[in-house]
Design a protein around this ligand. Structure first.
Ligand code: ARG
Length: 565
């Protein structure tokens, strides 16, 4: 929409001021009384022209006023160019917002973006902290898909390593029943017991290492045991993933790379990237300027480790999917680890895609709302169940104010949504806090508020019971609340792109919150169904556009929105 303004301004800057190819940026002013779009270009280039910024801005405004889409253009402050667009131009541009609500057609033949997320370790139940990688990753995968990218979503399960030796030893020593009859909790209890006993008896650790060696070398019985543990864990995991609307194209655990490490170790040795380190381990050393300490790639007893498997993982993904980008959505605790990993991959001199560790901070509960005995994790499952219960209560407390034929489904949608949204509405790079009150509030930056606003808009449309299709373009004016809502709706495409480029889902969440606020202000102030003349179709079309944006945006964030509530 602003392209014609940009072009016009560039012509003026070239012809009157002799500066060519100036990039122009338009911002939406915070305050609607400053117009629909504002540019600081005059301030930026005034020096070059030898004129005062206001003079440059004046000239730009004169020229822009002649553009068809422009209602008026004014100089503001030290030299901002503020532009008001005609209602026809604004409403015309909303078609783009509408289009942005449906997933873009996949660009064929393009290289995929690999998003790796969740990646829990097997044999332990998911803790609440696992929700971070899981939903940040899923929303980034959804966002890319929505924007037409080919995405490969991968769950890199931690299903390999000495912990399985420990579990095997614990099973043999203390379990009363065979593994196939154990629950995940019982497996966890065995694992915890192993650590307690190993503090008293150091030989247990050696036994565990020996047991894992046997798993690695293909011992049939131990392999069967390991498979069973993976199965038991996956069964539980899948229930949680379904509740969270999370899914993967591939679940390739670390074990998948078992036979893919040797060639890389050979290659690294040949290239001089991996060298014999202290005490017989094989290590990767990094150039001075990286300031990274060496990483072990093969232990002295020839055991491969997490790092080795990640090297093989990268090789496999590159060869199999030919990705343009590989995103690893993993805890900030592994920041240093990923620096070493990427540095090692560079040194191997492979042709690499763009690789990025998408970090996130820790999540804590607002004081004492959910604590647990020291050392125990807060289980994700329990948090979701608790959220369901609390949402159920909120629904009951609202009585007739909440309309639903299926309170159970609504409570699940609201409860799970509340937990997920409170993660995704916070800047992932900071530590996050989880607060039940806030998460379930009906008038704050929360999932229920978004869901409620969507249901409200849908209810208006149901009552209108008519085809709401085009925006009436004959309109001469827009009242303030309409203009604000239009302006916010027009931001949708840009917000999606910004969230993608920065990999920041909270950009989208906070945008949806603003949209809810603007829609509710519009709804509270203006008649919609009872509006007269062209105002009625306009307001209905704006209502529909809002509902579509909220639904599309919510789904990218893995949430669901109800038709009524
Ligand atoms: N399973 C690991 C953990 O829980 C996270 C895996 C991260 N991804 C990777 N490619 N290293 O710490």
């Amino acid at each position: 929409m602003l392209e014609s303004l940009t072009k016009k301004a560039q012509v003026v800057l070239r012809d009157s001021f002799g500066v060519a190819d100036v990039p122009l940026e338009w911002h939406r002013p915070q305050d609607i009384s400053h117009g629909d779009a504002s540019s600081a270009v005059a301030l930026r280039i005034a020096k070059q022209t030898g004129k005062k910024p206001r003079e440059v801005a004046e000239e730009l405004c004169n020229a822009l006023s002649a553009v068809e889409e422009v209602e008026k253009a004014e100089v503001a402050g030290p030299g901002y160019v503020n532009v008001w667009l005609t209602p026809a131009a604004l409403l015309q541009a909303l078609n783009e917002t509408r289009e942005a609500c449906t997933a873009r057609v996949k660009r064929s033949g393009e290289q995929p973006v690999i998003v790796e997320y969740s990646a829990p370790n097997i044999a332990k139940p998911l803790g609440i902290h696992h929700i971070l990688s899981t939903v940040i990753g899923q929303s980034l995968a959804n966002l890319h898909r929505h924007l037409g990218y080919e995405v490969v979503a991968i769950n890199h399960l931690g299903d390999w390593g000495t912990q399985f030796g420990k579990l095997a030893v614990a099973m043999q020593s203390w379990s009363e029943k065979p593994v196939e009859e154990c629950t995940l909790d019982e497996l966890l209890a065995l694992y915890v017991r192993f650590h307690e006993e190993a503090e008293k008896d150091a030989s247990l650790d050696d036994k565990a290492r020996a047991a894992f060696k046997k798993i690695e070398s293909g011992d049939a019985e131990l392999r069967a045991f390991w498979k069973e543990v993976v199965r038991i864990t996956m069964e539980q995991l899948n229930v949680l993933y379904a509740r969270l609307h999370v899914s993967f194209d591939y679940t390739h655990g670390e074990s998948f790379y078992e036979d893919k490490m040797q060639p890389i170790l050979e290659e690294g040795k040949k290239k001089g990237v991996f060298k014999e380190g202290r005490e017989g381990a094989l290590i990767a050393e990094f150039p001075e300027e990286t300031n990274l300490s060496p990483a072990i790639v093969l232990k002295a007893d020839d055991a491969t480790i997490y790092f080795t498997r990640d090297l093989a993982t990268a090789r496999y993904r590159i060869d199999t999917f030919h990705p343009r980008e590989m995103l690893y959505v993993v805890d900030i605790a592994q920041e240093y680890y990923f620096k070493q990993l990427f540095a090692a991959l560079e040194q191997l001199e492979w042709e690499l895609p763009h690789m990025e560790h998408v970090v996130f901070g820790r999540m804590g509960f607002a004081d004492g709302q959910m604590s647990t005995r020291k050392g125990n994790i807060v289980r994700l499952e329990h948090v979701l169940d608790e959220a369901f219960k609390r949402a159920e209560k909120v629904i009951q407390d609202h009585g007739d104010a909440i309309q639903t034929d299926d309170p159970h489904a609504l409570a699940e949608m609201m409860g799970v949504g509340a937990v997920v949204y409170s993660v995704l509405s916070q800047n992932r790079k900071m530590n996050m806090t989880f607060d039940w009150e806030k998460a379930l509030s009906f008038d704050g930056n929360s999932a229920p508020y978004l869901q409620y606003t969507h249901a409200r808009a849908r209810s208006v449309l149901r009552k209108a019971d008519e085809d709401v299709s085009d925006f009436p373009t004959s309109l001469q004016t827009l009242v303030e609340k309409e203009r604000t809502l239009v302006g916010t709706l027009l931001e949708f495409s840009r917000i999606l792109e910004e969230a993608r480029v920065t990999r920041m889902p909270h950009t989208l969440a906070n945008y949806l919150y603003r949209l809810c606020q603007d829609y509710n202000a519009f709804y509270n102030d203006l008649p919609i169904l009872k509006a007269e003349g062209p105002s009625r179709p306009l307001r209905l079309a704006l209502t529909q556009c809002t509902a579509s944006v909220l639904k599309a945006g919510a789904e990218i964030l893995t949430l669901r929105v109800p038709e009524c509530m």
